[in-house]
Design a protein around this ligand. Structure first.
Ligand code: ZN
Ligand code: ZN
Length: 388
């Protein structure tokens, strides 16, 4: 794994960090400056560190005031109103076609459709912060520096094969896209992360074709309940979910492959007995989460730090979703306004095969007095938008 990714990642990955030792050492250092509870102001922290007098402390606070960042004669903000009222004012100047500069030729060779594709493929598109201030009303049970907070990026599952993009009639690489950003505590076990990762594959219905009796909601048929197996691959070790008797060890087949091909793997441990703080990982390195058989996600540890005074210091809030990448919903093929909840196949009354319908259209268009009015297969459908 490390050998494969090294050539792509370059300097963006840290060296391996032993989080436990690192933060024990770091905490003892900052306790000298910030005090044991870590809740004093920055100016006092400086004072503790350098032994300032009160007068020197005031001079420092005045000299380093954030107000000093204001320039003496700030430039007035540009009036952007003409952009909307007179768009022609800022129209692009067409590139001269007979110019031999490579930059100009490159611009000319790009169609507008290509430019649209570049924007759509950006991995930073539309991430929204979901953290609210509600935690301030809850009872805090942690002091600053009590625990370690790790920021983890969960990527949407993606296939490494190339995808055909019909719209632009060419083959494009589908780039990995961050789907969730989570905060976990070092004192938490890995199974809490497994439970916090929202993937539509965990919410699929396992009953198959239910067209004969689609509105019978007896029993739990979510794939997560039926197939609870999951595995993280961090460092060179496997961490498997063993909380349910039906959990399988996904690392077995990988070990067999490793033995045949001379690849040496580390240990297989259980998620619920492994703590984040005990991990030894590289920040920025792509690790793996696997569940539902073949659904694989890249996981990246973005940073690790001591919990801050201004963080939500309520332990039961973690793992905390800090950001979620909005996805496009699949809307009903009939009304076009509600998110689809049914996938219908082999139906002569519908123009698309498969068709995606909301519950109202599905019931109203394909059933009469609770009976099917024609032959088709119907599967319960869970859209990613419904869970993220
Ligand atoms: Zn998944
Ligand atoms: Zn509908």
């Amino acid at each position: 794994m490390e050998k494969v990714y090294r050539k792509f990642l370059g300097d963006s990955v840290s060296s391996t960090i032993d989080f436990k030792n690192y933060f024990v050492e770091y905490k003892s250092e900052i306790a000298k400056v910030y005090g044991p509870d870590g809740e004093i102001g920055v100016t006092h922290a400086f004072s503790n560190l350098i032994k300032f007098t009160e007068e020197q402390e005031n001079i420092l606070a005045h000299t380093c005031s954030i107000d000093k960042l204001d320039p003496p004669n700030p430039v007035e903000k540009m009036d952007v109103e003409p952009l909307y009222t007179r768009p022609e004012l800022y129209e692009k100047i067409p590139a001269p076609e007979n110019c031999c500069l490579r930059t100009v030729q490159s611009v000319l060779s790009r169609s507008e459709a290509d430019q649209e594709e570049i924007v759509r493929a950006s991995k930073y598109r539309g991430r929204k912060i979901t953290l609210s201030d509600e935690h301030k009303l809850l009872n805090r049970d942690m002091h600053a520096s009590d625990d370690v907070v790790m920021t983890i990026l969960i990527y949407a599952p993606y296939s490494s094969v190339k995808h055909y993009n019909g719209k632009f009639n060419k083959i494009v690489d589908k780039r990995p896209r961050v789907s969730q950003e989570l905060l976990v505590l070092g004192s938490q076990t890995l199974d809490v992360l497994r439970d916090a990762i929202l993937c539509v594959e965990d919410f699929n219905d396992t009953q198959g074709d239910v067209s004969e009796n689609p509105f019978d909601n007896d029993g739990i048929h979510q794939s997560r309940a039926k197939y609870p197996s999951a595995m993280f691959y961090f460092g060179n070790n496997f961490y498997i979910d063993t909380r349910e008797a039906t959990c399988k060890d996904y690392s077995e087949s990988i070990r067999e492959y490793g033995e045949k091909n001379g690849i040496v793997f580390g240990e297989t441990r259980s998620m619920e007995e492994s703590f984040f703080i005990d991990l030894q990982l590289k920040l920025g390195h792509p690790y793996v989460y696997r569940h539902q058989g073949i659904c694989e996600h890249i996981i990246v540890f973005k940073n690790a730090r001591l919990i801050h005074f201004y963080d939500p210091r309520v332990s039961h809030l973690y793992p905390l979703h800090e950001a979620i990448c909005p996805s496009r919903a699949r809307f009903c093929n009939i009304c076009g306004s509600l998110i689809a909840k049914w996938c219908v196949q082999d139906c002569e009354r519908l123009p698309n095969d498969p068709s995606y319908l909301c519950s109202d259209c599905f019931k109203g268009y394909l059933y009469k007095d609770g009976k099917k009015i024609c032959q088709f297969k119907a599967y319960k459908f869970c859209d990613a938008k419904a869970i993220l």
